[in-house]
Design a protein around this ligand. Structure first.
Ligand code: SF4
Ligand code: SF4
Ligand code: SF4
Length: 249
């Protein structure tokens, strides 16, 4: 039986909760997988494991050490959710001045602070599950791929593609700041399908045309500051060069 562990670094632990939300599907998973380590669900936890799912990102030297140990004691490491995959919301602290950031870190005095980064900044990562929280369907795809010894691939298109497939009216036409054109597909355009603009929680995808998106938003009358805020929300780390360029416009 394949052993798995779900581990948390700095984050809201929403991705751990999402694992519990698998409910019936979790029982299916347990036919093939043995959960060796899951702080939210078990009292006794152990390493090594075959597959380590890591949510969050290190914000202290202690957490960097924890991540290195998980890597050493696992065969496959999966970045679980956008915090782990791109630095996500914790990466917002990198938009602050050092002085502001130190005020945040000062609430945690025994630890040596480190800037939030995607976990593959520290260790090799075999797979990334994007989303805040990750998509349950994509987790099942990944788990099935491992059982069947097949490869798992992230979507390489934008949320707009899935939005068009669902025949949604485009929210840009209503003047709303939608991040769909530069955000990785895989959520079946969850937010626009429910009348809300995409906030970019799955992070950018490979071929995103940022300049075209930014130009469209500016032509709509959306301010540079609003666009910078939207680009920084989940993706400050991967988009910091685009954000720096935007600040110069
Ligand atoms: S990706 Fe979102 S839900 Fe998951 S741990 Fe980070 S903030 Fe929480
Ligand atoms: S609503 Fe957003 S995600 Fe949907 S097509 Fe328009 S820009 Fe793309
Ligand atoms: S539509 Fe955008 S914000 Fe909503 S779940 Fe999908 S990627 Fe995340």
């Amino acid at each position: 039986m394949i052993s798995i562990g779900i581990f948390s670094l700095s984050c809201c632990e929403g991705c751990s909760v999402q694992f519990l939300n698998l409910e019936g599907k979790l029982l299916e998973v347990l036919k093939y997988y043995n959960i060796e380590n899951f702080r939210l669900a078990k009292e006794l936890n152990s390493l090594p494991v075959d597959i380590a799912f890591v949510e969050g990102t290190p914000t202290t030297a202690e957490e960097v050490k924890k991540l290195l140990k998980i890597r050493r004691d696992s065969n496959v490491l999966v970045a679980l959710g956008t915090c782990a995959a791109t630095g996500g919301v914790p990466g917002l602290v990198n938009t602050m001045s050092k002085r502001e950031a130190m005020k945040v870190y000062d609430s945690n005095p025994p630890y040596m602070p480190v800037d939030p980064k995607p976990i593959d900044y520290y260790v090799p990562v075999e797979h990334k599950l994007y989303g805040c929280p990750f998509s349950k369907d994509e987790l099942m795809e990944l788990i099935t791929a491992v059982i069947m010894n097949k490869s798992f691939k992230n979507r390489e298109s934008s949320v707009c593609v899935e939005c068009a497939l669902r025949e949604n009216a485009c929210l840009l036409d209503k003047g709303e700041l939608c991040m769909g054109p530069v955000t990785r597909a895989g959520c079946r355009a969850l937010c626009p399908s429910n009348g809300a603009p995409c906030r970019g929680c799955r992070g950018p995808y490979e071929d995103a045309n940022y300049k075209a998106h930014i130009r469209t938003l500016m032509d709509m009358g959306i301010t540079r500051e609003e666009i910078i805020e939207a680009y920084s929300m989940f993706s400050y780390e991967p988009l910091k060069e685009v954000i720096a360029w935007l600040k110069e416009q």
